[in-house]
Design a protein around this ligand. Structure first.
Ligand code: FES
Length: 186
């Protein structure tokens, strides 16, 4: 049996005071649909989640509202799907990569759709600090991106390291668009 599944969601949307996490349930359809139901559907992560996390997952990113972030577990790691605001996109695009310790254009951190266009609203990352592996907190830090409280690393709205001990930008997982709004991670 294939490990490929769609998320019957799960979720956790970053929201101040309603800290993080996660989600998952196995099953069909409704990829990321629970996001639209609001906070919080928190399922238990047991064997099903472990199994799910081992394979590929599909997420309908259109269900993630502007300014929200979906978090999920994939292959044992948290993955963030952030629907960035226009202001966040502008800041990310306008940043000089010479100001980035790990220089990378915002556009290089996005994957094109099947028609070749890129939707800068959706940023998909491995949500792990590149210092010692803590999980950064969204909409935080000096660059209004993510902040890792473990040792004080600040990431911008593209997930690039800007300040602190982390050496690298947060990683982009293996993923692709399988339709205009659905991505497949893994
Ligand atoms: S693990 Fe994030 S700053 Fe050290």
């Amino acid at each position: 049996m294939s490990d490929d599944r769609k998320l019957d969601v799960a979720t956790a949307v970053d929201d101040e005071g309603k800290r993080d996490f996660i989600f998952i349930a196995t099953g069909a359809a409704a990829a990321a649909g629970a996001v639209s139901l609001g906070w919080p559907l928190v399922a238990q992560m047991g064997k099903a989640a472990d199994t799910l996390a081992a394979g590929s997952i599909e997420i309908d990113v259109s269900k993630v509202a502007e300014g929200q972030q979906l978090k999920m577990l994939w292959r044992g790691k948290p993955v963030f799907v952030r629907h960035r605001t226009p202001a966040e996109i502008k800041i990310a695009e306008d940043t000089l990569i010479s100001d980035c310790p790990d220089p990378e254009e915002d556009s290089a951190r996005l994957i094109a759709k099947p028609d070749g266009t890129v939707d800068p609203r959706y940023l998909v990352m491995i949500g792990v600090c590149t210092h010692f592996g803590c999980i950064p907190v969204g909409e935080s830090g000096d660059f209004n991106g993510w902040y890792c409280p473990c040792h004080g690393s600040h990431y911008d709205t593209s997930g690039r390291i800007r300040k602190g001990p982390a050496p690298k930008n947060m990683a982009i997982p293996e993923y692709k668009y399988v339709s205009d709004t659905v991505i497949k991670v893994g």
